[in-house]
Design a protein around this ligand. Sequence first.
Ligand SMILES: Nc1ncnc2c1ncn2[C@@H]1O[C@H](COP(=O)(O)OP(=O)(O)O)[C@@H](O)[C@H]1O
Ligand SMILES: [Mg+2]
Length: 261
Amino acid sequence: MNILQVDNLKTYFYTQHDIVKAVNDISFKIKDNTVFGLVGESGSGKTLTVLSILRLVPEPGKIMGGQILFDGRDLLAMDEEYLRSVRGSRITMVFQEPSSAFNPVFTIGYQIAEAILAHQKIGEGKARESAMEYLKKVRISDPKKIFYDYPHQLSGGTKQRAMIAMALVNKPELLIMDEPTTALDVTIQAEILDLLKEIIELEKLSILFISHDFGIIAKMCDEVGVMHGGKIVEMGSAHNILTSPKEEYTISLLESVKALA
Ligand SMILES: Nc1ncnc2c1ncn2[C@@H]1O[C@H](COP(=O)(O)OP(=O)(O)O)[C@@H](O)[C@H]1O
Ligand SMILES: [Mg+2]
């Protein structure tokens, strides 16, 4: 089964003089318990694809067409109330910037517990216990302290671990990660990718994983779509794309990664 099926998605920006086709008719499927990667250069339309799935495209952007099937329903046809019940619980997100996920005026533990209470019918004590359990699960070294810390007191890596914890607490059916380690130092990035890989395999998660970095995509994903100029120019198993890319663009993207390595 597919946890998500995107058909002919189009998301455009209408600027004063121009139409920018940020997402220009893309289709892909994410099979249950697999990691689907979208890879492409900056500006290729990866984030707009994510924002379209969650129906959070900012003005003056507009979703112009397509279907996004999640659990048999077209998210593009559902009302705002339904979407609110999906976002943050059945579909959750990890962004590049942890500061966008946490409110600076509340402690980490409080915010994770609130995320649980917003979607699960359990008491406050149980929610706090669960929040603590997830801080341990993402191997934050001093979870009891971090629980009572404010976001600005955390290092970038710890904050990103806390955001991953918050994305997991409601046991999402689909987890979307948009450049989850891009803002971090290389060594911390590697640690967090290893942690993610372990959690993904242990919990059999279904994931849309986004990165501009082919090396990371190769490590994390089962299937890959290569994005360029708002289109998916090539798609297939990570193994096939890496070992025998067909499209000119994919080949050049892979060569540029090798050149850096
Ligand atoms: N507010 C905006 N107004 C006009 N164009 C935008 C806006 N936001 C994004 N775009 C355009 O949409 C395209 C895709 O952006 P994005 O999805 O953020 O790329 P990526 O995540 O792959 O780096 C880019 O070419 C960008 O110029
Ligand atoms: Mg982006």
